[in-house]
Design a protein around this ligand. Sequence first.
Ligand code: PLP
Length: 382
Amino acid sequence: MDFIPYGRQDINQEDIDSVVDVLKAPFITQGPKILEFEKVLKDYVGAKHCTVFNSATSALHTACQALQLGPGSLLWTSPVSFVASSNSALYMDAQVDFVDIDPVSFNMSVDSLKLKIEQAQKDNRLPDVVMPVHLCGQSCDMKEIYELSKEYNFKIIEDGSHAVGASYGDQKVGSCQYSDIAVFSFHPVKIITTGEGGALFTNSDELLERVQLGRSHGVTKNPSQYKNEPHGSWYYEQHALGFNYRMTDIQAALGVSQMKRLDNFIQKRNEIALRYDELLKDLDVKTPVIGKERESSFHLYVIQVDPLKKKAIFESLREASIGVNVHYMPIHMQPYYQQKGFKYGDFPKSEAYYASAISLPMYPTLKESEQNYVINTLTKFL
Ligand SMILES: *Cc1c(COP(=O)(O)O)cnc(C)c1O
């Protein structure tokens, strides 16, 4: 059996042709494909605005900048995420803290959030921003988190890196129905890809203006925004300290082409998940549970095994050429975060999840025979 990775992109001839077309066109960056990709994305999720970036990490950083996080500000996120979620606040010299997960959905627990808010109120240290992470592609309880945000006056950035194409209620993740900003990632292991890339959604005109400045050096070429009289048609103004976080047209063309197959990718991922559920149902493992009124994009299929056997099972699967992975070691256990004062034991449910979690291979072109091989191998080592 060839090596089976845990995730991989699906690129077809139409994707390749669309990229080649841009390479022959006058603009290979900052051209028409960027605007086209942004329109396709915002129409798909139902948000007012979309701005694409060269990564989700840049989009998250820019989101923190647009919400004016700075020294003295505080962002709360989930410990069970990729480090980019919390790093985005540290880039702004803001402080980070975590809210423990719900052991069933693995997402930020609304009960833990409420308890932490009660304590924070006593300490007079409520968060400025809460960043729920839609782990594995399943939406967090956004309505409940949104209601708390109105009561306790914090902003919400959704890290939807895993949840491209997922739904919550009758809305797509990214609609920002219950948030200020939502972010997607287009890294090749995620749901659709642009090589590297990300997108930021918002329904706020004011935030859009700050986000667009942040993406490109803080510079505007829009005369209606100028503070001074333009000196000529070459004129532009810098209004903030931004970065170069732009996506190329080459990447945007790939994104537009990939979007045509997004619903198909989600359907296939859900079929593979159902088949895993079925094949695993009599074994000594816990399979993912999807909450009410939501559809997961199944970026990841995470099983939970006996923590005492996890390492042996994991290594045995790897030896059998199965690219299992672990998403994630909780962020507060990283040495960099331990230096900031976090300790083992701070978020026990996240740590218990980590002790038992294994991500099985999950991508639209995973074959039934490969899936059978994964399960047969797993069965031997359980
Ligand atoms: C992949 C990922 C990111 C970062 O995305 P990039 O596009 O690689 O910058 C951020 N948050 C989560 C949860 C991710 O999985």
